[in-house]
Design a protein around this ligand. Structure first.
Ligand SMILES: Cc1cc2nc3c(=O)[nH]c(=O)nc-3n(C[C@H](O)[C@H](O)[C@H](O)COP(=O)(O)O)c2cc1C
Length: 329
């Protein structure tokens, strides 16, 4: 049997592949480590975990690394759809222990109807650690964000009740305190602040004064970003992203869900800040699972969601590695 060659029009132009990967690399990643690499071949893009960029102390199992790659995988799918290519994703095609996290096959399609807004959300999204306004995020909006995460294979839980919020706040504070006295971990963290012109967290995006509420303190301590005085309250929304298991397939889905939630929030004018420390510390992760999730699922990431003051200044963008460093052919 002979198979007709695919019409020339179905070949993805190299500039489109570069554009998709370029947008994927705008994804958030733990400490802006950008722990991924991409391989393009024909109509296929492959996403690999760059394990050399794993945080050896804070992320020994690679949870945050795979979540970060999952976020890039979701960004890639959104960008492909917006640019007129339907992505079909095979996750972990070589098994759970492989560094090949996903293979994306691209076929021609009509660009998604809100392509412009989707690409803009990828460009606009950032981690803005400044305090939110006291204007609460309506529960309905938080549930809508959680539903968006769930549509992408995540399991998001809104923390609404006062007791679960207080417990979570205490656990976040405990995790921060535990990590503050862990010198190898603190050293690893310092290493990634102002790391280079292409990765790491620049001091200019870290608030200068760490707030007193535990979940509002940033892991990076006090930075250079000054904020004007104004009346603020810690009335932000809290969501836990969790999974049925605590392994690569589940983390990858959580990363995709995080990205879906975050891009949706960005389009709605909401700000999202991940808080991974309470998950990184074994004791607090286990207590979060038992005392807040009541054993229903394994916690992967905590995120806070809120409104930033309209009068706030624009935040400088964190940098990214050059495309040619992360994309091979
Ligand atoms: C898995 C994961 C964990 C993260 N954990 C934290 C955290 O604990 N605290 C924090 O301030 N930011 C956290 N971030 C945000 C990253 O620091 C941020 O995405 C990165 O510096 C790139 O900046 P950008 O999001 O503005 O592009 C996390 C991001 C990811 C994907």
């Amino acid at each position: 049997m002979t198979v007709d060659p695919a019409p020339a029009a179905t070949v993805v132009p190299a500039r489109i592949l570069r554009d998709i990967v370029g947008h994927a690399c705008m994804a958030p990643s733990v400490h802006n480590t950008q722990p991924w690499s991409w391989h393009a071949s024909g109509n296929t893009l492959e996403l690999f975990a760059d394990t050399g960029r794993r945080l050896a102390v804070a992320d020994a199992r690679g949870r945050n690394l795979v979540i970060s790659c999952g976020a890039a995988l979701h960004h890639a799918q959104v960008a492909a759809g917006a640019l007129g290519w339907e992505p079909t994703v095979t996750r972990l095609p070589d098994g759970d222990d492989s560094t090949l996290l996903a293979r994306i096959e691209l076929t021609p399609a009509t660009p998604s109807p809100d392509a412009g807004e989707e690409l803009q959300a990828i460009r606009d999204r950032c981690t803005d650690r400044r305090r939110f306004t006291s204007w609460p995020v309506p529960e309905e909006r938080l549930r809508h964000l959680a539903a968006t995460a769930d549509e992408w294979g995540g399991q998001a839980m809104v923390l609404q009740g006062p007791s679960e919020r207080i417990r979570t706040d205490l656990l976040v504070g405990r995790a921060l305190d535990r990590q503050a006295t862990d010198e190898p971990l603190a050293e690893e963290q310092r290493h990634w602040v102002n790391h280079s012109a292409r990765d790491g967290v620049p001091g200019v995006v870290i608030p200068a004064n760490a707030p007193s509420d535990a979940h509002l303190r940033t892991r990076f301590g006090s930075g250079l970003l000054t904020e004007p005085e104004r009346e603020l309250e810690g009335s932000d929304g809290l969501l836990v992203l969790r999974g049925a298991s605590d392994d690569s397939p589940a983390w990858l889905r959580t990363g995709e869900a995080l990205s879906a939630l975050w891009l949706r929030a960005t389009r709605e004018g909401l700000s999202v800040v991940p808080l991974s420390q309470v998950i990184e510390v074994d004791e607090t992760r286990e207590r979060l699972r038992g005392e807040v999730l009541h054993g229903m699922g394994m916690p992967h990431l905590l995120v806070r969601v809120g409104w930033l003051a309209i009068s706030r200044g624009a935040l400088p963008r964190t940098s990214r590695r050059p495309l040619d460093d992360v994309l091979s052919w």
